[in-house]
Write a protein that binds this ligand. Structure first.
Ligand code: GTP
Length: 333
């Protein structure tokens, strides 16, 4: 019999109040090699009428690259919060108010896998361009839009989705589950005929410095950095902490665990055993070598992350702490 949520909650002693990372070598998680991409984007700006910044809807209030505003900030700007199919948007109104407070008035939530809300983008962009001065480009009836954002948020997917919606044709931009698929600013890709709109896809660019350890972990959970740079087990621990904090206990049923638990070693061990992700190791005892079955923690951590990212553990809002006005105390990177 599956344990009820009430039983799960009652069975818990205490959840962790905060999350700490051993070692904290956050600089290593986010190598500062992305300035070149930003320079290239800047040099293409003169032909650009509007910038669409794509970000992950699970972290609407953190992890955006502040350099975008500094270097590309003069153009009309639309923030597209993508992957809304994976995000808990119960507090969407509060999120919008928060963003408006930061000066971000033009925001659209989308899902490119479901083509949800993508149709709102072209009318919004046309309106923004119409109300701005197109320096040197007043006579040109074609619009050029640059799509920017941190890695793996769905920039290329958005371009493909726009083409499906407006031109009824398929892929033009390469999409992938890992960060760093788009390597350079692409040549113009048409997404609409009336008005003629062309997009420039760009490589994902992370901020050179991450504002806090927790922001780094949120970005990592959303797949914006390669997992091995942060460490799958560290990420699995942060995921477990977050799910428990928000009482998102779907992982217990998904993996058939006895109860919710905040101890990552215990959870990963159970996951590994349930999935048969084990390995045999030789242990030297007084009577000679003995083969012992040990859980493969790393494989279990990878499965936990994959399951979370595919949405099987339910929609999440990783920026709850900011929405509630108490971002993590763990703020020094
Ligand atoms: N669930 C979900 N997945 C999405 C959505 N949009 C994109 N993806 C997935 O996210 C991953 C990254 O998508 P891309 O379009 O390659 O992202 P990108 O921002 O262009 O990535 P870089 O080239 O690394 O900067 C792919 O596995 C996509 O299938 C969405 O709306 N929902």
């Amino acid at each position: 019999m599956r344990p009820s949520l009430r039983a799960l909650l009652a069975s818990r002693a205490a959840w962790r109040e905060s999350f700490s990372v051993r070692g904290r070598d956050v600089a290593r998680w986010f190598p500062g090699h992305m300035a070149k991409g930003l320079k290239k984007m800047q040099s293409s700006l003169k032909v650009v009428d509007c910038v669409i910044e794509v970000h992950d809807a699970r972290i609407p209030l953190s992890g955006r690259n502040p350099l975008f505003q500094e270097t590309l900030g003069l153009k009309p700007h639309l923030l597209v919060l993508n992957k809304m199919d994976l995000a808990d948007l119960t507090e969407q109104q509060k999120i919008m108010q928060h963003l408006e407070g930061e000066g971000l008035k033009n925001v659209i939530f989308t899902s490119c896998v479901k083509d949800e809300n993508v149709k709102q983008i072209i009318p919004k962009v046309t309106e923004l361009i119409g109300s701005s001065y197109r320096y040197h480009r007043a006579e040109n009836l074609e619009y050029c839009i640059m799509v920017i954002g941190v890695p793996n948020v769905g920039k290329s997917s958005l371009i493909n989705s726009l083409r499906r919606q407006h031109l009824r044709i398929g892929k033009a931009a390469r999409v992938g589950g890992e960060p760093g698929i788009t390597r350079a600013v692409t040549s113009r890709i048409q997404v609409c005929e009336r008005p003629p709109i062309f997009l420039l896809d760009t490589p994902g660019v992370l901020a050179p410095q991450i504002e806090s350890v927790e922001t780094g972990l949120k970005l990592a959970l959303c797949g914006t950095v390669l997992d091995h740079l942060v460490g799958e087990e560290t990420m699995a621990d942060y995921l477990l902490y977050t799910l428990n904090q928000h009482r998102l206990l779907g992982y217990v049923q998904h993996y058939g665990l006895d109860t919710a638990c905040d101890d990552v070693e215990h959870v990963l061990k159970s996951v590994a055993m349930k999935l048969g992700k084990t390995r045999k190791v030789k242990v030297l005892t007084g009577t000679g070598d003995v083969n012992v079955t040990q859980p493969n923690y790393s494989a279990a951590a990878c499965d936990f992350l994959r399951t979370f990212r595919s949405g099987l553990l339910g929609p999440v809002m990783l920026d709850h702490d900011i929405l509630e006005g108490h971002p993590s105390a763990n703020t020094d990177p």
